[in-house]
Structure formats: C-alpha cells, structure tokens
Design a protein around this ligand. Structure first.
Ligand SMILES: [Zn+2]
Length: 378
C-alpha cells in the first residue's frame, strides 16, 4: 500500500489514457475526454462549462445530452451520439457511454483497450434525480473518479425532505409578501430544483440563462413544472408570491433589485458549511448537489471493483489517501481548472439578463478547485 506522497500526474498505461496539454487523451482511440482546448475529436462526459468547450472538430456524447451540449458548443458543431451502453469501435479501443446521474445526458466514459477496462466517471451522483438518467455502476480495472466532495463532512440528506424545506420556505415567504430567489447553477441544478418545487404555492420564474436550459431539457423530453422567463415588464408579477430561479452570479445585481422585497437562498453542496452561506449573505442555504457526497463516492469506487483508482478534482489528496487506507491503490490525477472556466453563467447570450458578480463577496469555497458545482453546480 502506498505510504509516500500521493501526488501523481502519470497514468500507468501509456497508450490507453494519458494527460496531454489539452487534458485527458486516448492515443489508441485518437480522442480527448472533456478537453480544455479545441481538439479534433472530443468525447464529452457532460455539458457543464468546465467539461464542454466550443471549437472542437467533432464531439461525441450520450444521445440524451445532445440538445444541451448543442446549447453549449453552438449550432454548427458536429455532434455524434451513442445510446446508453452502445459499443463503438474507435481506433483500437471499444468505447461506451454509461449514465452518470449528474445532469441530463451526463456519462461515464468506458474504454476497453487490450483487455483492460478504463472508466472515467466525469461528474456523478448516486441520488435519484427525475431530470436525468440514474447513475449506473460499471465494473472497471482502472477508474478515474471525481472527488469534488471527497471529505467525510459532505453527506447529503434525503432529497424529499430538502424539497419539503424549500417549499416550506417559499410558502412562508409568500405569507410575508416576499419573492423567493433561489440561486442555482443554470444547467442541471436549476432544472432539478424546478422539479422539486410545488407549483401550487405560486408562479415560478427563471433568469434567461436558466430558461435557455429549461427549454433544452423540455426539448429533450424532461417534464418540468410551468416556468416563465421574466420579461422586464413582468418583473413585479406574482405579487410577492413567486419563486425565481437564477444563477448565483446575479446575487447583488441590479436585475435582482427590481423584484422589490426578496428572500434569497442558495442551493449547493457547499451549503453544508454554514459560514459559506453567511459570508455570501444568503437568507437560507439548501444542501442540494449534483455531485456524489462522501459516502456516495466511496460506494461508487467500491462498486466498480477497480484495482487502480485515480482521483481528480476537489479533495483529491484526502480522498485518495482514504482509499489507500481501505486497501485500494489510489493516487491523485492532476487536472487543470481555473475558477473562470468553472463558471456557467453565460452573460453574453442574447436576451439574457446581466449576470454580475457580487462585489466584495470573496469565493469562500473550502480548498476546492473551482468547478461547475459551484460556481454553481455544486
Ligand atoms: Zn458538472
């Protein structure tokens, strides 16, 4: 069992997967996975901004994720798809995409090369989510897992209880005549939250960045409650009864001030840490994440029966050491993420309200690389 430093950047099977300047690369298949730069062929685990970038020659994703990926990479991008667990020979490898339960169309990438099966999880969660296909366990020889919430403090509660808490907060705010504003990542989290809301309490509105993805979800066949985009003339509509879903970057913005009396909440895995909510000035924090919590990560790794595990993102060193202590050969796989790239607030889309940052509100995420969860997707 390794006892030395856990840092590792080398993948121990050259030819199958390696780290390139553009990110994870499969030489035998001639493709990158979630590349950081434009490349000829990109296999995409999901459409969050830090995984799907525009400008690649060709994209491959799970069929259920094509519409949201199109929203991200543009109308002219060439997007091919695979059905769930459909096998495709790509170069010298067999490739499969298996649902990861993170957002609509999210997938684990399974590569079989020379009899060895590699699984790259991308982002994933094990909790049920009516807006996307559930996570499926895939047995692997080598597993590359995320560890965004790879500390034991991160344990999600029952989703139904969380939904009841959000609806109770909405009901109480309505009684007080205050509009509720719920901050959430525009892709995935916002739609999942919408599915948790009780539309009998009042009207549901969404920021333009959220609505764009609501339309993509509906086009993909996901059922959501009635949600309207707020046009300028209707911003005071709802008479203090409405729930507004907006990207976190609209907190403190002029756009938000036009709602009059509001109560604001954040829905994120980071809300586990009370100080984060207080410092960012939210009235409420709801712990809702589209990533696996700590027990979920452990469960997924053990269920894969992988003999070798590489850990990326978030608390990777701590989580890799934890796995080593459980007898699993694990090490950290360094990846390159920056905060800006983790942001998912499109501010340049036509018809989208300005999404400004909060002055004087430092990012308080604990020792975590900035990624979709947070900014937002957490
Ligand atoms: Zn993600």
């Amino acid at each position: 069992m390794p006892t030395g430093p856990l840092r590792s950047t080398a993948l121990e099977m050259p030819g199958t997967l390696e780290m390139s300047p553009a990110g994870l690369y499969c030489p035998a298949g001639g493709f990158h996975i979630d590349p950081w730069k434009p490349v000829p062929r990109a296999v995409i685990t999901h459409a969050h901004a830090d995984h799907a970038r525009s400008g690649c020659g060709q994209y491959l994703c799970l069929s259920t994720g094509k519409r949201v990926l199109r929203e991200r990479v543009g109308a002219s991008a060439k997007i091919d798809t695979l059905r769930r667990r459909e096998r495709q020979r790509v170069g010298d490898v067999d490739l499969q995409l298996v649902p990861s339960g993170h957002i609509l169309g999210s997938a684990q990438v399974c590569i079989t090369h020379r009899g060895v099966r590699w699984v790259v999880t991308g982002d994933y969660k094990l909790e049920a989510d009516p807006t996307c296909d559930p996570f499926e366990t895939v047995e692997a020889d080598v597993l590359v897992t995320e560890s965004t919430f790879g500390l034991p403090i991160y344990r999600w509660g029952d989703a139904r209880e969380t939904a009841a808490s959000i609806n109770a907060w909405w009901r109480a705010s309505r009684e007080a005549g205050s509009t509720c504003v719920l901050f959430a990542y525009a892709l995935g989290k916002a739609q999942r939250l919408a599915s948790m809301l009780d539309p009998s309490i009042g009207p549901i509105y969404a920021h333009g960045a959220v609505m764009k993805m609501v339309r993509a979800y509906r086009d993909s066949g996901v059922r959501l409650p009635p949600i309207d985009q707020l046009a300028p003339a209707t911003r005071r509509a709802g008479g203090g009864r409405a729930m507004v879903i907006a990207p976190p970057s609209t907190a403190g913005s002029r756009w938000l001030k036009t709602f009059g009396e509001t109560r604001v909440a954040m829905a994120s895995g980071w809300m586990t840490i009370r100080g984060v909510r207080r410092r960012r000035g939210f009235d409420r924090g709801f712990v809702v994440s589209d990533h696996a919590d700590f027990p979920g990560l452990v469960q997924a790794v053990e269920a894969s029966r992988a003999k070798r595990v590489y850990v990326t993102h978030g608390s990777s060193a701590v989580f890799a050491r934890f796995l080593c202590e459980r007898g699993i050969e694990a090490s950290v796989l360094e990846t390159r993420f920056s905060g800006e790239e983790g942001s998912d607030e499109p501010t340049d889309a036509p018809g989208v309200e300005p999404a400004t940052d909060i002055p004087g509100q430092p990012d308080t995420r604990p020792t975590v690389s900035a990624r979709d969860e947070d900014g937002e997707s957490a």
